[in-house]
Design a protein around this ligand. Structure first.
Ligand SMILES: *[C@@H]1O[C@H](CO)[C@@H](O)[C@H](O)[C@H]1NC(C)=O
Length: 226
């Protein structure tokens, strides 16, 4: 009976940490160098290309991180970062940066940001509110090696830490998915239009394992009444 209890307790602990967050957001209401959500994936050694999506909503008038994936060898293994002074969305792959300009990143509205990187060609592309940018080359064609630490809400300047409140995200974030292959443009469009699409096989918002530190809330997405 003891054994059964232990097994049940283990099952309960595991089930509690994986949640279907459909229709929910992570709300980041404070600016500090602690509040974040760490997303857990059993996947590592991203050999294949990667593709990552999210919807975000903020009124920040400064630079901030939208997605921070570090490995022990590279703190910016896969980073999506808004650079306010240059008004550009930066995509960092293994510390190599590419910049995307001319995006209408207005405050106080939802934006969907999809990023693709193909390790076979080194090409990076952004889909901003469903519109594709040009493709840019980053000189990284190897895999992202090692165990990733994936963080929303902060930017990692160390593996799993080194946060700076001036780069923290304040606002809402939802529908975060990540794949270890590049989605077709039709699938990206389905994501943007909130139609059916294949959920992420690295991170899946509908079965997300995560750990919250400090003030981050899971809330229903606010619906605007007409
Ligand atoms: C924004 O980009 C400029 C030019 O590349 C760079 O010097 C600056 O450090 C960037 N800002 C941040 C906050 O990273």
């Amino acid at each position: 009976q003891m054994k059964l209890l232990i097994v049940l307790a283990m099952l309960a602990a595991r089930a509690a940490s994986v949640e279907d967050l459909s229709g929910q957001t992570f709300t980041f209401p404070v600016q500090n160098n602690r509040a974040h959500a760490r997303l857990i994936t059993p996947k590592q050694e991203f050999r294949a290309p990667v593709c990552r999506t999210c919807r975000s909503f903020t009124d920040l008038g400064r630079s901030h991180s939208l997605f921070s994936l570090s490995t022990s060898g590279s703190h910016n293994s896969f980073l999506i970062f808004w650079n306010e002074s240059d008004e550009e969305m930066e995509v960092h792959i293994m510390d190599q940066r590419s910049e995307f300009r001319g995006l209408d990143y207005k405050p106080n509205m939802w934006h969907s940001v999809c990023t693709t990187w193909d390790s076979a060609t080194g090409l990076v592309q952004l889909w901003f509110n469903g519109m594709p940018t040009i493709r840019k080359y980053v000189p990284v064609t190897s895999a992202i090696p090692g165990t990733p630490v994936i963080i929303l809400g902060q930017e990692q300047d160390a593996h799993g830490g080194g946060f700076d409140s001036k780069q923290a995200f304040v606002g809402m974030m939802s529908d975060v998915h990540m794949w270890d292959y590049v989605l077709s443009s039709c699938e990206i469009q389905s994501y943007v239009d909130k139609l059916n699409f294949t959920p992420g096989n690295v991170l899946n918002w509908k079965a997300l394992e995560f750990k919250i530190t400090d003030k981050v809330l899971v809330e229903p997405k606010s619906i605007v009444c007409h």
